[in-house]
Ligand binder design. Structure first.
Ligand SMILES: [Fe+2]
Length: 551
């Protein structure tokens, strides 16, 4: 890469302590201010009334693309952007064409939104992809990651038509929109903030749009997350119990016109279908790390929808989970957290130990436990650690959460003790230092710190592997740790003149790792320079015929 080339970011390291701390801070702020000072209301008050956007006057086939969960590392983000920007793409016997529209389905940037992150992680890859090629109109709805700054950077990026995005036109002035497509198809995309919150101007907007749909109108309904999967995976979770907002819009406002539901949020491809042929498609492979398709494993959802396609397949997904045993190597920065945790635990435990307490392991364990009970600081430290691990545990049954979290914490505390014990043996026996001397204590602390990082990270990897493989939990944590940039996909949709909708799910199994700076049409672009990368291929195709499903 020469000096004038773009900044090609690597995948987000979710276990980097700085990313963890900043994400926690952003989420806390967003939960307070996002909910109490709703940016959607401010947008609605400040901007001109937004009508639907009319694309119904197309001649022949009308093509458009749908991408969600993009704006992570350069390799997967650009691989998808470049593939969808090609004027024509052959998929076996079928020739598909670049879309007139590009719809972003949520989570347009990682790990958290800011003007710079949108530019570097999302807009630059797409500007390179569209350089010297036809430029689609861009529409976007926010996902939870876009909401972490209460939608400020998202609004600046996608809701200012005078600004545009990646050299393309944007038209929306709000974080939700409706598109009138050819052959009486409509696409409505909603913003549910960080949960299932609908604001009044948004409801009024879609009521006005729905009033212009006739009885034969058919709807593609874009939502920010796959409630149909989540409510089955977390049946006791209060957020997923009653999805009144989406149901209200679907039933009362759109009068069950939706034939296709599109979403991202989970970073894989899954298609669910019911007996009436209604499609619920999760397509979150636009750039972010891969999520597992093998767990939780219910193939039939509670509302009668059946899983008919998944990418990557369950066997591949289950095989990838084994990489958690390499956790310390995949997430080296996570070691700092465990180094600190282990060194602090060993320090507090050793503070009240005498030379007579460390003659053998059982005596030392008993003395350390007594010390934890007697010393309030030591005791509070241990209680906070157990509390933190319970908070981290991914299950929404309180009893399981307490059990799993406590077990995980005890594993780490036992490992911290073992590491401290090894440090003590090394310093006293191998280095022949007097127990309790300044040099012995300092050296022991350094050894505990150095060993604690990789040991703690390894235990976390084993815990995540067991959680996902045995209990079907921690899908997010057990795969964000792997930082898998491959198995990316997006949707290409075609509305034919007779009203037939064809949805192509297109995947890239292995994205390029190397790029070359180039120029196309007088603008900077990047071209793949990695012989091991694979070409886009068709992984699923569904045809939705004209006519009302529920007529
Ligand atoms: Fe996402």
């Amino acid at each position: 890469m020469n000096k004038s080339g773009p900044r090609r970011r690597s995948m987000v390291g979710w276990y980097d302590p700085r990313v963890l701390a900043h994400s926690a801070y952003q989420m806390a702020i967003a939960n307070v201010f996002g909910r109490h000072s709703d940016t959607r209301l401010i947008e609605a008050l400040a901007s001109q009334p937004q009508s639907e956007f009319d694309y119904s006057a197309a001649d022949g086939d009308f093509w458009f693309d749908y991408v969600a969960d993009t704006g992570d590392g350069w390799n997967p983000t650009y691989a998808i952007a470049d593939a969808l920007a090609m004027p024509a793409l052959a998929l076996g016997d079928e020739l598909t064409h670049a879309g007139k529209l590009l719809v972003f389905g949520g989570d347009e940037v990682y790990p958290y939104p800011s003007r710079n992150e949108y530019v570097v992680r999302t807009e630059t890859p797409y500007a390179h992809a569209f350089a010297g090629r036809a430029k689609p109109d861009i529409f976007a709805i926010p996902g939870n990651h876009d909401w972490y700054d209460s939608l400020v950077a998202f609004s600046r990026t996608f809701c200012r038509p005078e600004r545009g995005f990646a050299g393309c036109r944007t038209k929306q002035t709000r974080s939700y929109f409706a598109l009138r497509l050819p052959a009486n198809w409509w696409l409505c995309a909603i913003d549910l903030q960080l949960g299932a919150e609908l604001d009044e101007p948004q409801v009024q907007y879609f009521q006005k749009v729905a009033a212009r749909m006739d009885d034969e109108a058919r709807l593609i309904f874009c939502v920010p997350e796959p409630r149909w999967i989540l409510e089955d995976a977390y049946p006791k979770h209060e957020s997923y119990e009653e999805d009144t907002s989406t149901r209200f819009l679907e039933e009362k406002v759109f009068k069950r016109r939706a034939r296709v539901f599109l979403t991202g949020d989970l970073h894989f491809y899954k298609r669910h279908e019911n007996a009436e042929g209604i499609q619920k498609i999760t397509s979150g492979g636009g750039g972010a790390f891969l999520h597992p398709t093998h767990a939780p494993g219910a193939k039939t959802l509670r509302n009668g929808f059946e899983e008919v396609a998944a990418y990557p397949d369950c066997r591949t997904s289950a095989r990838l989970a084994w990489r958690n045993f390499l956790f310390p190597f995949l997430n080296p920065k996570s070691g700092w957290l465990y180094a600190f945790l282990y060194a602090m635990s060993a320090w507090l435990a050793s503070a009240s130990l005498e030379a007579s307490d460390v003659i053998d392991l059982p005596t030392a364990i008993e003395a350390a436990m007594n010390a934890a009970i007697r010393d309030p600081l030591n005791g509070m430290w241990l209680v906070s650690i157990v509390g933190a691990f319970i908070f981290f545990t991914d299950t929404h049954l309180r009893s399981w959460r307490i059990l799993g979290g406590s077990f995980h914490a005890v594993l780490h505390l036992a490992a911290a003790f073992a590491v401290g014990w090894v440090a003590l043996l090394l310093t006293v026996h191998a280095f022949d230092l007097r127990y309790g001397s300044t040099v012995q204590l300092l050296l022991s602390g350094v050894i505990t710190f150095l060993l604690g990082g990789p040991v703690g990270a390894f235990i976390l990897g084993v815990y995540l592997f067991t959680s996902i493989q045995v209990f079907g939990r921690h899908g997010n944590e057990a795969f964000s740790s792997l930082r898998i940039q491959d198995f990316k996909q997006w949707l290409r949709l075609k509305v034919a003149a007779d009203g037939t909708l064809t949805i192509y799910a297109i995947a890239i199994d292995r994205v390029p790792r190397q790029w070359r700076d180039a120029e196309r049409g007088g603008a900077a672009t990047s071209v793949p320079a990695d012989g091991r990368a694979t070409a886009p291929r068709l992984i699923d195709k569904v045809i939705v015929k004209p006519g009302r499903a529920n007529a």
